[in-house]
Design a protein around this ligand. Structure first.
Ligand code: HEM
Length: 546
C-alpha cells in the first residue's frame, strides 16, 4: 500500500515537473509579446514578478517602467509567461468598457476570490455574473442608497462621541495620536451590517466578534510578500487546466487558510441572518417594494425565473462579499483622505470653512442631504483627489478570452522601433491594468499628476477618453464589473468626512507621516515603515475643535 502511494506521489511530481518544464520552454518560444519593449527579466523562473510583488510600496517599479516604455509594455511572469502591462486610457476603456466579458479575470484572481467568498459576484464570469449583478443592482440604486444617509451620519456621530469620551477625554486641548485605522473599519463594518442585512456587528461598541479578529491583519498575513515557493505554486495552479487547478484550491496554503476562515465565519453569520429573514417572510409578496440587499437576495432566492434566481450558496456568497468589499475598502480610503488632510492643514481649513458654511445653512441640529454634500465643491474635490492618489485596489488582472487587438491612445515604440497604436494579443494573454499608474498619468492629469492638488477637480478637464464610473478615475474599476457599491462608498465617505472634520482637527503626530507606506498586500494598505508586524497603521494627532 505504502509503495503504491509512494509511486503515485512520485508520478504526480514527475508529471507536474514535466508539465512545468514543457510549459516553460513552450511559453518562452511562443511568447506573444516579443515585439513589445519591457524590462529585462532578472530571473528565468520568476520573471519580473518577484521584484514587483516584493517592492516596498505600491506602483514604484511599474511607474518607472511606464515612464521608460510608455503606457503599454511587456513584463515577464513566473515560468516564462509574458504579461501585458497597460495604463493607457483607450486600452483600459477597450478592456473594461467596450469588450464586456471578453477579458475575464485572471485565473489566479478567480481562484483566490472563490476561496474568500465562494460563488459570488466577484468570482462569477459571463452569464452567471450578469445574472448575479442583475439580482443585486436594485439594492445599489441612488434612491435606495439615500435611505442610508441617516445611518452613515448616526454612525459617524457615535464614532465622534467615542473619541471625545474615550480617546480624548484627558487631551481635549492638546489632542492625542490615534491610529485611525483601528477605528474606521469598526464604523464601516457596523454600517454595512445594518444597511445591507439589518445585522448589528457591534464593532464600535467593542463587542467581540469572530469576523473582526479575522479581518485584523488578514491581507497583510495572506498577501503581503509571499515566499518564492508560494508564488511558484500559485502561478502553477493558474496555468494548468482549470478543473485540476480548481481541484488543487481545495488544499489551501497556510496563507490562504486565512481567506477560508473569513469565508466560513462570514457565511456562518450570513446563514443565520438569511434563515431568520426567510422564516419571517411569507413569499415574494411580502418583499414588494423593498430594495435593501437582504430583501433583493431573498427575492432572488424565491423566484422561479431562471434569469434572476440565486441558489442559497450564491446568496451566502454575495453576503460574504458585501461584508468585506463594503467595509474594508471605505475604511482604508477614509484613512488616506485623513492622511492627506493631516499633511495639508491649509486644505483641511478650506474644507472646514465649507462645512461651517453648510452648518450655518442647515442649522445646528440639521443634517446635510445627499445634494447638500454634492454641492460642496472643495470637499468633493478632496475626496476625488484622495481616490486618485490612493486607489486601494491598485491593479486588476484580466485575461483575453480570444485573440484580440487592443487600441492605444498614446502609441508606444516596439522592439523594432516601430510606432504601435494597437497591440494584438492571443487568447489567454494575461493583462495587468495598473490603476495606480493610470490615476497618475501625466498625459491625463497634467504635469503635477504625482502631487496632491484637489484644485484640479474644480476645473473641467478636457479628455479624449472617458473612463470609470466616477471622476474619470479607475479606482472603482469600470464597465460591466465596475464596483457595484461606488455610490454607497461615496455617500459614506462624504458623511464620515463631514462629521469628522466638523468635530476634529487632524495633523501628523511627533513622528510625522513620512514613514507611512502604501504596502502591496492585494489591497493597498497603510503601514509604518519597519513596523509591519504592527499591522495597518495610520497614526494621526486628533484634536477636538473648539
Ligand atoms: C472606496 C471604496 C471602494 C473602492 C475603492 C472599491 C473598489 C472596487 C473595485 C476596484 C472593484 C473591481 C474589482 C475587480 O474587478 O476585481 C470593486 C468591485 C466590487 N465592489 Fe467595490 N469598492 C469600494 C466600496 C465598495 C462598497 C461600499 C461595496 C458594497 C457595499 C462594494 C462592493 C463591491 C462588489 C460587490 C464588487 C464586485 C462587482 C462585480 O464584480 O460586478 N465596494 N470595488
Amino acid at each position: 500500500m505504502l509503495r503504491t502511494l509512494a509511486q503515485a506521489a512520485a508520478a504526480v511530481v514527475l508529471i507536474s515537473s514535466a508539465y512545468i518544464l514543457f510549459g516553460f520552454v513552450y511559453r518562452y518560444y511562443q511568447r506573444s509579446l516579443k515585439f513589445l519593449r519591457g524590462p529585462s527579466r532578472p530571473s528565468l523562473l520568476f520573471g519580473n514578478d518577484y521584484e514587483m510583488i516584493h517592492q516596498e510600496e505600491v506602483g514604484i517599479l511599474e511607474t518607472n517602467w511606464f515612464n521608460e516604455y510608455g503606457t503599454a509594455f511587456r513584463s515577464s511572469s513566473c515560468y516564462g509567461e509574458d504579461t501585458l502591462m497597460i495604463a493607457d486610457p483607450l486600452a483600459i476603456q477597450y478592456v473594461f468598457h467596450t469588450s464586456g466579458y471578453r477579458f475575464p479575470k485572471g485565473r489566479d484572481s478567480q481562484q483566490v476570490t472563490k476561496m474568500m467568498f465562494g460563488r459570488g459576484i466577484v468570482w462569477a464570469e459571463g452569464e452567471v455574473h450578469n445574472r448575479q449583478r442583475k439580482a443585486l443592482n436594485p439594492a445599489f440604486s441612488a434612491s435606495q442608497l439615500r435611505q442610508f444617509l441617516d445611518l452613515f451620519q448616526r454612525s459617524t456621530s457615535r464614532l465622534a462621541k467615542k473619541w471625545k469620551e474615550e480617546e480624548l477625554a484627558d487631551a481635549r486641548d492638546s489632542g492625542k495620536v490615534i491610529n485611525v485605522t483601528h477605528w474606521l473599519p469598526k464604523i464601516t463594518l457596523d454600517v454595512i451590517g445594518e444597511s445591507a442585512f439589518g445585522y448589528d456587528f457591534g464593532a464600535l461598541d467593542g463587542r467581540a466578534n469572530e469576523l473582526g479578529d479575522i479581518f485584523k491583519h488578514m491581507f497583510a498575513d495572506s498577501r503581503l510578500y509571499p515566499q518564492k515557493g508560494l508564488m511558484l505554486w500559485r502561478a502553477f495552479r493558474r496555468s494548468i487546466p482549470a478543473p485540476i487547478g480548481d481541484f488543487l484550491c481545495r488544499f489551501p496554503t497556510k496563507e490562504e487558510k486565512r481567506f477560508k476562515e473569513f469565508s466560513n465565519a462570514s457565511k456562518k453569520i450570513a446563514k443565520s441572518v438569511f434563515d431568520t429573514a426567510s422564516q419571517e417572510t411569507n413569499g415574494e409578496e411580502d418583499l414588494k417594494g423593498r430594495k435593501d440587499v437582504l430583501s433583493v437576495l431573498l427575492r432572488s432566492n424565491m423566484t422561479a425565473d431562471p434569469k434572476k434566481t440565486l441558489d442559497e450558496d450564491e446568496v451566502l456568497s454575495q453576503m460574504a462579499t458585501i461584508i468585506l468589499a463594503g467595509h474594508e475598502t471605505t475604511a482604508s480610503t477614509t484613512s488616506w483622505i485623513l492622511y492627506e488632510l493631516g499633511k495639508s492643514i491649509k486644505d483641511q481649513s478650506r474644507i472646514y470653512e465649507e462645512i461651517r458654511e453648510m452648518r450655518d445653512r442647515i442649522g445646528a441640529s440639521g443634517e446635510p442631504t445627499a445634494s447638500d454634500y454634492d454641492s460642496m465643491p472643495f470637499f468633493n474635490a478632496v475626496i476625488k483627489e484622495s481616490l486618485r492618489l490612493h486607489p486601494i485596489v491598485p491593479a486588476l488582472i484580466r485575461q483575453a478570452a480570444s485573440d484580440d487587438v487592443i487600441p492605444l491612445e498614446f502609441p508606444v515604440i516596439s522592439e523594432s522601433k516601430e510606432e504601435l497604436s494597437q497591440i494584438p494579443v492571443s487568447k489567454g494573454q494575461r493583462v495587468l491594468v495598473s490603476i495606480s499608474v493610470y490615476n497618475r498619468l501625466t498625459q491625463v492629469w497634467g504635469k503635477d499628476a504625482n502631487e496632491w492638488n484637489p484644485e484640479r477637480f474644480l476645473h473641467e478637464l478636457k479628455r479624449d477618453t472617458t473612463l470609470g464610473v466616477y471622476a474619470n478615475l479607475m479606482t472603482f474599476s469600470a464597465g460591466v464589473r465596475a464596483c457595484i457599491g461606488w455610490r454607497f462608498a461615496l455617500m459614506e465617505l462624504q458623511a464620515i468626512l463631514f462629521g469628522l472634520i466638523e468635530n476634529f482637527e487632524f495633523s501628523p503626530g511627533p513622528e510625522g507621516l513620512d514613514d507611512i507606506q502604501r504596502v502591496p498586500a492585494g489591497l493597498m494598505i497603510p503601514m509604518k515603515k519597519d513596523h509591519w508586524m504592527d499591522g495597518i497603521q495610520m497614526p494621526l494627532r486628533v484634536r477636538v475643535r473648539d
